[in-house]
Every structure is written in structure tokens, then in C-alpha cells.
Write a protein that binds this ligand. Structure first.
Ligand code: ADP
Ligand code: MG
Length: 631
């Protein structure tokens, strides 16, 4: 009835399984040995010991069956072998690793999709002729033609023509944006209708796209705090499993049916394999990679995994006004002359000072001066006073331009214009004061409309239970007017950058989890102090560096998206930890044979290996589900 004698059967199995176990399994044994040597037990410890024991025992049984005591022998006196178990386990673990690699590639596909946004060539216009050149030959200052339906190759400014550009790949906003000369365009976005000429400004690693890719890549590599918990658990888990496996062996040996030792070995190996925490190592990184990739495609960039985790728990949102709630593209509305100074003089001195500033207000003043063909002068001793304004000496006269705090700091009396000031600030205008040679010389009124999406985004966040607070360096009356428009109740106006940070730490001291959204250099301390800093991608670099999350186009709906994604990701990680951990924990007693006394059921090691792989597959599949979150 048997076509191979027991003895022969063993030799054949040995010959067939050796290449699999020792060949394919070699990396596992190496890593298992390393884990023991470095005293850092992990999944490979369990796999190596489990399959190693099964294979070594079976080999010995083939070479020297006579050496084995009665406890190992079947009723017919033969010693059973477990080559196939060892081989199948190795193959299943290998399969799990391949699946993992594939899934990692898929979670990383967001980066590839981003990289693919940039076209490979651009059309350069030189001396009236057009030539197609590879993207890396484009330099700042080159004039490029972008045809209808073509991609914008690098970051720059439109010099000729009109078009509407689809920027959804960077902002998540589906509606194309109208562009005319002097408007900025971003590399990787899609030109829809018209053709235009643009001047390249940022190329290569400088482009917004390159920086986004950088940020996503580093976020995907970063570790979430939740991961530390998983690692700590794994640290105790592996020794516990080794102990459980040993216990199972002893129990079967002592009380098991014949062949007790063979059963003992099977149970011990099964316990090692089923409890293998390979899914535990996947649980958090898989979700993090998927979520950060997803965010990048919706205009939400995470600097690190901890921001993703922290934002899910935030209950208070502090928002800056200028550039965050407002468009940050302010325009000069009115110039009021005081004393004997002319409008052109006031504007000229203010613009000269602003040449050294990066503030959104500076851009407004400079653009207006440019429009009126006002010349600017060299400034000596230029100083920026964050949250207050700027000072310097123009044409030999000390000048100061900014708010009340600046006038106060430079000892300039403004008591005779207080009524005028509050009148001008009605409706949310920002009013700046210019002093020349220690005397008030004029006022410049700047209008900065509120972002179109701000009200809707804040309403959504409030509906989710977040409390929204405004913190601004601008004047109380201006701030109140903007706050009223956005239904913000709590306003802290006229505060300095460090006060924004202090406001946050005092809220934190009361147990609040605080997110701060801002765009300026003046917001950097607060962005760093907050549990989560949210920078506007349109704002200052320092702000972006200090924040955990960046909204590419500064659209506040990005905060709503970020929150949704953070919550989904954290829920996903919890589910993953469940799959990774409890699966195995439940498997251990089954593998040890608790069902045997009642039902005569003992798990085969192969089944244990299949269950283990299944937990990895569940984790991976579940993590990839995050890609379906509607943002
Ligand atoms: P916000 O907190 O709303 O972003 P800031 O803290 O940047 O505003 O600025 C607060 C106020 O300080 C401004 O409203 C303005 O009056 C003054 N200020 C700051 N920087 C400048 C500047 N470069 N030029 C003129 N005024 C400035
Ligand atoms: Mg600001």
C-alpha cells in the first residue's frame, strides 16, 4: 500500500525540503541568529527557532532513527518527520514578505504619482525660436511656452497670455484657476485652455513639487508614537511566546498521548510560528505611508507621522489672521497724509522700508508703489520688529512703519489720531502708521479680503467640536471685524509672536490639545509650540519648517481634510494592531493544544504558518483601505 518505504520516504523529503528550508530560509536564519546575538528578539527569532527545530529534528530522525526514544515513535515504530512543515512555513513567510514589499510599493505610489506630475521636457523660447529641451536644462529666468493641455514644467510667473490652470494635483481643489500675466504658476499643474509664456523662477530641487516630494518621503519614513507602543509590546511578546512554546512542549511530553515527544515538538513549533508578530511590525508604518501619500494628493503635507497622530486628538484650533484667514494678498486702499508730507513721499518712504521685508503687507505696499512709479531709496540700519513693523533710515531720516506697538516702542505720539484710526479700521482694514524723523507722517490703509473657503471650513471644524480662536498681531478693531465675518468668538489681537506661543502653552496647561494655523515668520514660535502646527504653503519658509502639517495652497479646507485623514489613519492603526496582535494571541493556545483534551484537535504547524501570514495580509489590506477615504 505504501509506494515508498518509511525510511526511503524520509530521505526523499530531506532531499526535497533542504533547498527550500536552508536555501530560501537562509535570510531568516541569519536574521534570527542576529536577533539572539544582539539580544533583540523579534519575529525572525521565532521563525528560525521554529523551522530550525522541525528541520533539525527531522534530519536527525532520517539519519539515526535508532537514537530516538520510545516517546518519538509511532505505533509501527517509525519516527515521524516534519520536513514538509518546515518547508511550507518558510514559503509562507516568504510569501508574506513579498506581499509586504508589494504593498509597500503601493503605499509609496503616491510619491511616484507626484514625481510623474512633472513633464520630462519643456519648450524654451530663445531669440524668437522655440526648442524642446529636457527639464533639467531649464534655468531660472528662461522663458517657456506652455501649450494648451500641456503641463507647467517648473515654478514661475506668467509673462504673456491667459489661461486656466488645473492645480488639483497639488491643492485637492477641483476648480481650475484663472491665470493672467504676473500670476504665479506651479510646476506639475495642468494648463487647460489657453497657451501662455512664463518666466521660470524656481527649478530643480527648488520647485514646490520637489519640496512636496521631499516632505512626503521623510514623513513616510518617520515613526509614529503609536509604533513605540507596538515595539514595546513586541519586546515582551517574543520572550513570552518562547516561554509558552517551552511550556507546551513540557506539557505534551508529560501528559500527551504517544508519540508524546513528537506531539510535543509539533505543538511547540506551532506556537512559535502562529505567534510570530510579523504583522505587528507592519501595523503602523503601513497606515502612515498610505495616509501621508493620500494627504499629499489632496494638498495636505505631513512633515512627520507624529503630526498625523496628534492631529486626531486636537480640540482647539488657533488661527492667525493675515495670510491665514485672509488671502494675504492685501492691496493698498487709501493713503492719508499727516503734517506737510505728500502721498508720494509717504508711499516712497514706506516702500523703501518694505523692500527688506517678507511680510504680506510689504508686498502690497511695494506693488502699489510700483504701480504709481514711485522710486524707492536705500535704507540704512533696517530692522524688522516681528508683529510690530519695520524701522530704518531713509535719505538720512529715521523712519518707522507699523502698528501702535511700533509707535509706542519708538516713542511716537499718536494720541491725536485715535478716532481716525478706528474709523479707518471699520470693516477689517489694516492701518499702518508711518513716522519720519520722530513725527507721524501718514497712514496707509490696506484691505485684505477673507479667503472664500474660510467660513465654510471653520464651520465644519466647529461642527466637529473644535473650538476656534483667532490670534493676530493686527489691531483689535480690524481683528474683530474679520472675526465677526467668520463667527469667531474668541479674539486675541495686537499680540506679539511670543504671546501667540504663550497663549498656546497656557491652553495646553489647561489640558487642551492645540493646533495652530499660521503663515508668517511671526507665527513660527506658535507653530512649534502647538501640538500640531499647520503652515500655509503660501507663507514664509520658516513657518513651513516649524509646522507638522503644510497646506499646499493655504486653503483652510485643507484643515478639514487633514483632520479627517488623521482620524481615519488612527482608527486604521488601531484596527491593524488588533489584527496583528489578537489574531496571534488567540492562535497561541490553539497551537499549544488546549482543544486537544476535549476535541482531539491539534493545529498542524503548516496551518499555524497560514494563520500567521493571514494576519499580515489582513493588516496590509486594511491599511490600503485608507486610500478610499473621501477627502
Ligand atoms: P498677523 O498676526 O495677523 O499675521 P503680524 O503679527 O504679522 O500679523 O503683524 C501685526 C501688525 O504689525 C500688522 O498688522 C502691521 O500693522 C504690523 N507689521 C508687521 N510687519 C510689518 C511690515 N513689514 N510692514 C508694516 N507693518 C508691519
Ligand atoms: Mg500671518
Amino acid at each position: 500500500e505504501r509506494w515508498l518505504s518509511g525510511q526511503m520516504n524520509g530521505w526523499v523529503q530531506l532531499a526535497l525540503s533542504t533547498p527550500v528550508v536552508l536555501g530560501c530560509g537562509w535570510p531568516f536564519f541569519k536574521r534570527g541568529w542576529a536577533s539572539i546575538k544582539n539580544n533583540a528578539l523579534n519575529m525572525f527569532t521565532l521563525i528560525a527557532i521554529g523551522t530550525g527545530a522541525a528541520f533539525a529534528y527531522s534530519t536527525a530522525a532520517v539519519f539515526a532513527p535508532a537514537l530516538f526514544p520510545q516517546g518519538f515513535r509511532m505505533a509501527d515504530g517509525t519516527v515521524p518527520v516534519y520536513f514538509e512543515s518546515a518547508a511550507v512555513i518558510i514559503l509562507l513567510v516568504l510569501l508574506g514578505q513579498i506581499l509586504e514589499l508589494k504593498a509597500r510599493e503601493r503605499t509609496g505610489s503616491a510619491i511616484r504619482a507626484l514625481l510623474d506630475l512633472a513633464p520630462e521636457t519643456a519648450t524654451r523660447v530663445r531669440d524668437g525660436a522655440e526648442e524642446t529641451v529636457p527639464l533639467d536644462e531649464i534655468a531660472a529666468g528662461d522663458i517657456l511656452r506652455v501649450k494648451a493641455g500641456g503641463k507647467v514644467p517648473v515654478d514661475g510667473v506668467i509673462s504673456l497670455g491667459h489661461s486656466s490652470v488645473d492645480e488639483s494635483m497639488l491643492t485637492g481643489e477641483p476648480i481650475p484657476v484663472e491665470k493672467s500675466p504676473d500670476d504665479e504658476v506651479t510646476g506639475g499643474t495642468l494648463n487647460t485652455t489657453g497657451s501662455f509664456l512664463m518666466r521660470a523662477e524656481r527649478v530643480g530641487a527648488e520647485t514646490m513639487l520637489a519640496r512636496i516630494v521631499d516632505m512626503v518621503a521623510s514623513a513616510q519614513r518617520s515613526r509614529a508614537p503609536a509604533q513605540q507602543l507596538a515595539d514595546a509590546v513586541a519586546g515582551y511578546f517574543v520572550p513570552a511566546v518562547l516561554a509558552a512554546s517551552l511550556l507546551a512542549f513540557i506539557a505534551w511530553w508529560a501528559w500527551g498521548p504517544d508519540p508524546a515527544l513528537a506531539y510535543a515538538l509539533v505543538a511547540a513549533v506551532s506556537v512559535l510560528i502562529i505567534a510570530c508578530p510579523c504583522a505587528l511590525g507592519l501595523a503602523t508604518p503601513m497606515s502612515i505611508m498610505t495616509a501621508t501619500g493620500c494627504g499629499a494628493q489632496a494638498g495636505v503635507l505631513y512633515r512627520e507621522a507624529s503630526a498625523l497622530e496628534a492631529f486626531a486628538q486636537v480640540d482647539t484650533l488657533i488661527v492667525d489672521k493675515t495670510g491665514t484667514l485672509t488671502q494675504g494678498k492685501p492691496v493698498v486702499g487709501e493713503i492719508v497724509c499727516l503734517g506737510k508730507h505728500s502721498e508720494n513721499e509717504v508711499l516712497g518712504v514706506a516702500a523703501s522700508l518694505e523692500r527688506g521685508s517678507e511680510h504680506p503687507l510689504a508686498r502690497a505696499i511695494l506693488a502699489y508703489a510700483d504701480k504709481r512709479n514711485i522710486e524707492t531709496n536705500v535704507v540704512e540700519g533696517f530692522i524688522t520688529h516681528p508683529g510690530k513693523g519695520i524701522t530704518g533710515s531713509v535719505l538720512g531720516k529715521d523712519a518707522a512703519f507699523g502698528n501702535e506697538a511700533l509707535m509706542d516702542a519708538t516713542n511716537i505720539d499718536i494720541s491725536n489720531i485715535t478716532d481716525q484710526l478706528s474709523q479707518l479700521r471699520e470693516g477689517g482694514n489694516t492701518v499702518m502708521m508711518l513716522a519720519i524723523a520722530d513725527k507721524l507722517a501718514g497712514l496707509i490703509v490696506v484691505k485684505d479680503p477673507v479667503k472664500g473657503t474660510a467660513r465654510q471650513a471653520l464651520d465644519k471644524l466647529r461642527n466637529q467640536g473644535l473650538s476656534v480662536i483667532m490670534a493676530t498681531g493686527d489691531d483689535q478693531r480690524t481683528a474683530k471685524a474679520v472675526a465677526a465675518e467668520l463667527a469667531i468668538d474668541e479674539v486675541h489681537a495686537g499680540i506679539l509672536p511670543q504671546d501667540k506661543a504663550k497663549l498656546i502653552s497656557s491652553l495646553q496647561a489647561r489640558g487642551a490639545k492645540v493646533a495652530m494655523a499660521g503663515d508668517g515668520i511671526n507665527d513660527a514660535p506658535a507653530l512649534a509650540q502647538a501640538d500640531v502646527g499647520i503652515a500655509m504653503g503660501t507663507g514664509a519658509d520658516v513657518a513651513i519648517e516649524s509646522a507638522g502639517i503644510t497646506l499646499v495652497k493655504g486653503d483652510l479646507n485643507g484643515i478639514v481634510r487633514a483632520r479627517k485623514l488623521s482620524r481615519a489613519a488612527m482608527a486604521n492603526i488601531k484596527q491593524n494592531l488588533f489584527f496583528a496582535f489578537f489574531y496571534n494571541a488567540i492562535g497561541v493556545p490553539l497551537a499549544a493544544g488546549v482543544l486537544y483534551p476535549a476535541f482531539g484537535l491539534l493545529l498542524s504547524p503548516v496551518f499555524a504558518a497560514a494563520a500567521m501570514s493571514l494576519s499580515s495580509v489582513s493588516v496590509i489590506t486594511n491599511a490600503l483601505r485608507l486610500r478610499n477615504v473621501k477627502l
